[in-house]
Ligand binder design. Structure first.
Ligand SMILES: *Cc1c(COP(=O)(O)O)cnc(C)c1O
Length: 403
């Protein structure tokens, strides 16, 4: 094999990367399950998993083997041809979601672009000229022009005007606000929301998942498409395969990505009921969408999640973590919220320093979102012993920060 070894980076070496990310000065060379390792072998507990991506943990042997074997056999042909692994991956996704049709994209934002296009096409089929999609405050839907326009965070939009038109914003979880815009805007055709807002701070609706049932009823009443962005909440993250499965409803359009490939970049937009068939021949496409390799990864990830009972484990170990955090942090004015392995710990003040404290002093990788929320997105298949390891690092880190 032709191995290439990187020369060590010199401290004064100029970088040719666009400075779009605020990066932490650390890199990992190896990962296994819930742990990451630096070049010198230092072990870190990863409670972020590449932002809800590696749900089965790092370098899962079954996924690694599927990738290696498929890469050595056939990586890509084209959507000009039949792709049996893509057909099989779509079948698996339909099975776990209750959706009917699947279109594979390469990322979350692209999956949402597909959903937005479905809403626009749905409108045009009804002769609606200026269709509107209802979106939520504090939402995050991606960084492409249409998805940043849908996003409820002005920082993401700053400098990119004019935005894509046709979005109406309501507070997340506010059913009355939704009923009000329904009366004001007869040209609404869809709603796009996250069941739990991830980037926005692990926000659940005040009334819990029953909000989704109310939204479903409103969508039925007004003939809107109910579109759920499960890019972060999907693939077992919240202790159900998809978060809407905490209820009895099914959306018309569903997007996912992140955990779908366990690190392999792939996303999907799915439809059922009245959204089926809206995107027909020639209306959408992607060169890389659903390659042989990507599709085999999706198939293998879903199959492995099922065989390992990873969703059930996420529910069980996730509620253990929440319960322990509530107990061990009681009296510190923190709020612990979330479902399964999607957990937010809101501290009483902004806590950007928590990332460095956890990493440097406790060898724990976490993320801070919405200013004051420590976000935990550990692997779905984390053991209770590893959860205790997480708690034994996180609790003192938070106590140290708040002291
Ligand atoms: C991450 C995320 C996206 C964007 O996905 P990308 O793969 O980064 O384009 C969209 N919506 C939600 C809810 C997300 O968490």
């Amino acid at each position: 094999m032709n191995h290439i070894t990187l020369a060590p980076v010199q401290p004064d070496q100029p970088s040719h990367l666009m400075a779009t990310y605020g990066r932490q000065a650390i890199s990992f060379v190896r990962g296994r399950g819930s742990y990451l390792y630096t070049e010198d072998g230092t072990e870190y507990l990863d409670a972020l998993t590449g932002i809800a991506v590696c749900g089965l943990g790092h370098s899962h042997p079954v996924i690694a083997e599927a990738i290696a074997e498929q890469a050595a056999t056939l990586i890509h042909t084209s959507n000009l041809f039949e792709i049996p692994w893509q057909t099989a991956a779509a079948q698996k996704l339909a099975e776990v979601s209750g959706m009917q049709e699947v279109f594979f994209s390469n990322s979350g934002a692209e999956a949402n672009e597909g959903a937005i296009k479905i809403a626009r096409k749905y409108a045009s089929q009804q002769g609606i000229q200026n269709p509107k999609i209802v979106v939520a405050e504090k939402s995050f839907h991606g960084r492409t022009l249409a998805t940043l326009s849908a996003t409820g965070n002005s920082k993401v939009q700053e400098g990119f005007f004019p935005l894509v038109e046709g979005f109406i914003r309501v507070p997340f979880g506010d059913l009355e606000a939704l009923q009000e815009v329904a009366l004001q805007h007869p040209d609404i055709v869809a709603i796009l929301i996250e069941p739990i807002q991830g980037e926005g701070g692990i926000n659940t609706a005040p009334q819990g998942f029953s909000y989704l049932e109310d939204v479903r009823a409103l969508c039925n009443q007004h003939n809107w498409l109910m579109m759920l962005d499960e890019i972060q909440t999907g693939n077992g993250r919240t202790g159900q395969y998809f978060a809407y499965q905490h209820t009895n409803i099914v959306p018309d359009v569903l997007t996912t990505a992140k955990g779908l490939g366990n690190g392999f970049p792939i996303g999907a937009v799915m439809t059922q009921a009245k959204a089926v068939g809206i995107l027909g021949p020639g209306s959408h496409g992607s060169t890389y969408g659903g390659t042989v390799l990507g599709s085999r990864v999706v198939y293998t990830v879903i199959d492995t999640i099922q065989k390992e009972n990873a969703v059930e484990n996420a529910a069980k170990v996730g509620s253990y973590i929440v319960e322990q955090l509530r107990g061990q942090l009681s009296g510190l004015n923190v709020e612990v919220r979330g479902f399964g392995m999607m957990i937010g710990v809101e501290l009483p003040k902004a806590c950007p320093e928590m990332v460095a404290i956890a990493r440097e002093e406790y060898k724990l990788i976490v993320n801070v979102t919405a200013g004051s929320v420590v976000r935990l997105l550990p692997p779905l298949n984390m053991t209770q012993e590893q959860a205790d390891d997480l708690l034994s690092r996180l609790v003192p880190a938070i106590k140290q920060f708040l002291a």
